[in-house]
Design a protein around this ligand. Structure first.
Ligand code: NAD
Length: 252
């Protein structure tokens, strides 16, 4: 059912939240546009400005690694300035109220942690851009360390094993993190309300989780300002701004 307007959508969502015992939010880039981080596919989004760099190209070429880090550092003022928006804060309110055991996110911006979720309770399907990792041994690196090496001599390699260091995100063509996929599967299968928020639901396998939750018996709500391919199977579709929709659920 598509909510006929914002008001009735918020009311229907409130009823579903009140009835539910275990709520699992699943978020995409749309929840963070209010925080000043562009999404991928909206006009002016990151996709339209920079073609994403596939993992195999990053591994194969030091020029490509330089370009990847140049882009990442160009985004640093945006990521560093971002604060949780109404959507993040509403979900953190539900978490504090005890109905949300953990959140599944495609986002890499760390804003759910900043809004009050414990890191252990944020299941990051596409990693996190606020630190870096060696793609060989997995050693973690702080971004200021990477930036200093990058400014001196280009994209750095791991001081332990010599493999390239990459932002700790999952690129196209890179294996999905097994533990996050397993935890997201369990959460989708064992909730009674699944909230898909701000995702175009076109990036797979992440986009499979709303359908999985629905198939396992959960009610499915989709909040997104444009249609998605899974609107047909949702119990409630709210096609409005996320901050406006979730603002009434912020409790602090
Ligand atoms: P997407 O860009 O494909 O889709 C975002 C959706 O949110 C769009 O359909 C857009 O219309 C909608 N939207 C944007 N602002 C909105 C608002 N204020 N209210 C309601 N709807 C709004 O994003 P995706 O599905 O998450 O997939 C893109 C991939 O890009 C993700 O895997 C993620 O890793 C990465 N990404 C992350 C960030 C971030 O961490 N903030 C930003 C850009 C891209």
């Amino acid at each position: 059912m598509i909510a006929k307007d914002l008001h009735s959508g918020v009311e229907a969502l409130g009823n579903l939240i009140a009835e539910a015992s275990i709520i699992v939010p699943f978020t995409g880039a749309g929840i963070s546009t209010e925080s000043g981080i562009p999404d991928f596919r909206s006009p002016g989004g990151l996709w339209t400005r920079n073609r994403p760099i596939p993992f195999d190209e990053f591994v194969a070429s030091s020029d490509v690694r330089d370009e990847a880090w140049r882009r990442r550092f160009a985004m640093e003022p945006t990521f560093a300035a971002a604060k949780p928006g109404r959507g993040h804060r509403a979900l953190a309110s539900l978490y504090r109220a005890g109905k949300v055991p953990a959140i599944v996110t495609q986002n890499i911006d760390n804003l759910h942690q900043m809004s009050g979720f414990k890191s252990d309770h944020v299941v990051e399907l596409h990693g996190n851009t606020t630190y870096a990792r060696c793609i060989g041994c997995g050693r973690a690196y702080e971004l200021p360390w990477v930036k200093q090496r990058f400014d001196e001599s280009g994209a750095p390699d791991c001081t332990d094993c010599g493999d390239p260091i990459k932002a700790a995100t999952i690129s196209f063509g890179q294996a999905m993190p097994e533990d996050a996929m397993r935890r997201a599967t369990e959460l989708a299968q064992h909730c009674d309300l699944f909230l898909a928020i701000g995702s175009s639901l076109v990036v797979w396998p992440a986009a499979g989780f709303p359908m999985m939750a629905k198939n396992c018996g959960a009610k499915l709500v989709i909040i997104n300002n444009e249609p998605t391919e899974q609107d047909d199977i949702a119990d409630l579709v709210i096609r409005h701004d996320i901050g406006e929709t979730l603002g009434p659920f912020v409790s602090n």
